[in-house]
Design a protein around this ligand. Structure first.
Ligand code: SF4
Ligand code: SF4
Length: 211
């Protein structure tokens, strides 16, 4: 490649990596996002995080990246998925930045904008949600099957076979039943509550009032 196209390509990659409107967007649309501007980069949050070593970037660095407009790096980071919501950082932040809520809200944005297709946490959350919304409880067989096969047919079969001995032992010990999932008492009421909550959320997003 000649020098000019190489330079153009690098510039284009740079444009993709940096979105200078991203910080403003986060301030306005992410829950607690306006408080990112209050962060003084002291590092108390990252230093207090019990699983900081399992994160691509600690919260302090992630907030710096937001300010720098590194949209793609922020929304593909495992930081927003690995946060256990222990609130250590929130309690210790001298600027009262709602770190946990911001990370959670960024995770929601990442799913909506297609930045998290391979992340395990949203796959598991969807499986969990489906079971609870339908049956009013988590059926471990349903959640496990939905989660395994959300990685594709081949991977689903591989994981199912790998864990089959455990499932058989649980059935034998009476810790797992065969047949359809049991429906919780009041599951229909729970569905009505969830439908109402979705209605309210939709109306809030559209800026109107729920019906
Ligand atoms: S503790 Fe608060 S002020 Fe300090 S780096 Fe973390 S978010 Fe920023
Ligand atoms: S809430 Fe999340 S980011 Fe904050 S300390 Fe706990 S795990 Fe770390």
């Amino acid at each position: 490649m000649s020098a000019a196209p190489a330079a153009a390509s690098a510039a284009s990659a740079g444009r993709r990596q940096y979105d200078l409107g991203f910080a403003r967007w986060v301030y306005q649309h992410v829950e607690g996002g306006d408080k990112v501007a209050m962060c003084m980069q002291c590092g108390m949050c990252s230093g207090s995080c019990p699983i900081g070593t399992a994160m691509d970037h600690g919260p302090r660095k992630l907030f710096m990246m937001i300010r720098a407009g590194m949209k793609e790096a922020v929304l593909t980071s495992n930081t927003i998925w690995n946060c256990t919501q222990c609130y250590n950082c929130v309690v210790r932040c001298p600027r009262k930045v709602p770190v946990t809520a911001i990370l959670q809200s960024l995770a929601t944005v990442a799913v909506k904008e297609g930045y998290a297709p391979t992340q395990s946490t949203p796959k598991f959350s969807k499986a969990f949600w489906l079971s609870v919304a339908r049956f009013g409880r988590t059926d471990e067989r349903l959640v496990t099957a939905l989660y395994y096969f959300s990685h594709g047919l081949k991977e689903g079969i591989r994981r199912a076979l790998e864990n089959l001995p455990i499932a058989l032992r649980m059935i034998k010990a009476g810790r797992m039943h065969l047949g359809l999932p049991h429906r919780a008492k009041g599951a229909a009421d729970l569905r009505a509550i969830l439908a109402k909550a979705e209605d309210i959320e939709r109306a809030e997003r559209a800026g109107g009032k729920p019906s």
